[in-house]
Each structure stands twice: as C-alpha cells, then as structure tokens.
Design a protein around this ligand. Structure first.
Ligand SMILES: Cc1cc2nc3c(=O)[nH]c(=O)nc-3n(C[C@H](O)[C@H](O)[C@H](O)COP(=O)(O)O)c2cc1C
Length: 170
C-alpha cells in the first residue's frame, strides 16, 4: 500500500508538533507533499497533484487545527484538486476506494474541544472532510489526534511520534 502524507502547516520551521510528526513519518516508506512549501502563492499545479493522488492508496492529511478546521491552503487544495471529471461526476472515479485519514494537532484538550464544538467525539468536528471523502467514494479511516500541544512533554511527543509511525503503517 502506497501512502501519501499531505502536510499543510503554514510555518513548519516554527512548528514543534507537526515538525516532529513529519520527521517520524519520513522514517517510514511514505511520500511527503508539503503544500505551503510547494504552493506559497496558493496556486496549484492541479494535474501534478491529481497524478500524485492517483499513485497512492492511502492519503493522510496532516495539519494543525486552525479555528476548528484546517489551515486555508488545505481547504483550497480540496476545492481545486477534487475536480469534476477527476473526483466526481460519471467519469470522475480517481479517488474511489482510496483510504483517507486525518492527522491533526490541537492546542486545546480533548474535553474542551468536545465542550466548545458540542460534538461527542472530536472527529465529528471534521464532518465536512468525512462528507467530502464519502462523496468521492473514498474511505475515511480512523483519525490520529494530538491534543494540548503546548503542554505536551518532549517524552510524550516522542511517544506520539512513534504512534504516528504505527498509524501510517496500519
Ligand atoms: C490561527 C490559529 C488558530 C487555531 N485554532 C485552534 C483551534 O480552533 N483549536 C485548537 O485546539 N487549537 C487551535 N490553534 C492551536 C494550534 O492548533 C496548535 O498551536 C498547533 O496544533 C500546534 O502544532 P505545531 O507545533 O505543529 O504548530 C490555533 C492556532 C492558530 C495559529
């Protein structure tokens, strides 16, 4: 199974959590596509990105939670790359049966996120992603979350990074 990680962090150099996860992920056999590095002008090479998706079976969208959603470039990525005729429509079957997962880091604790969002489970905050994957015939796999980012000890971050590697391989 070929795995692609689509990383959307606007400042990966200043990141602690996503940078550590990226390093851990690269120890496995994965392709890493960093959207903010490749497209600082928010203008995608649509064909190239579609070809990259086609070549992989499992796609993980990795990002820090920004305002109960993703950073804006990832939203635009889905808008632009999941085109009619590619991802949906009678001939748009390129993403059918692929696995899509989310790897999200949060500043807040799990219970705080549930309280504010009024969701029983944190993954329900990302229902728009789940609906989009379902719409294109892809399968949503269990997400990987890291909570309370600022208070996570170095030891706990190392453990999370190990768990992320296992999540990628699973
Ligand atoms: C613009 C912005 C919006 C954010 N919104 C949220 C949010 O809605 N919920 C939350 O738990 N954390 C929020 N955060 C905190 C980030 O998710 C957190 O700092 C990040 O996941 C840490 O990962 P990093 O070390 O890779 O940057 C926000 C941070 C920024 C800069």
């Amino acid at each position: 199974m070929k795995t692609l990680i689509i990383l959307a962090h606007p400042d990966i150099e200043a990141s602690r959590i996503n940078k550590a996860l990226k390093t851990a992920a690269l120890e496995s056999e994965v392709s890493m596509s960093e959207l903010y590095e490749k497209y600082p002008d928010f203008s995608f090479d649509v064909k190239k990105e579609q070809e990259l998706l086609v070549k992989h079976d499992k796609i993980i969208l990795q990002f820090p939670c920004f305002w109960y959603s993703s950073p804006p470039l990832l939203k635009k990525y889905i808008d632009d790359i999941f085109e009619y005729g590619f991802a949906y429509g009678s001939s748009g079957t390129a993403l059918k049966d692929k696995e899509f997962g989310l790897c999200v880091s949060f500043g807040a604790k799990e219970d705080e996120l549930c309280e504010v969002s009024m969701c029983k489970r944190v993954e329900d905050i990302f229902i728009p992603f789940k609906c989009s994957f379902s719409f294109v015939g892809a399968r949503f796999i269990k997400p990987f979350f890291i909570f309370d980012a600022q208070n996570l000890s170095d030891e706990d971050l190392k453990e999370k990074a190990r768990a992320y590697r296992d999540y990628i391989k699973a």
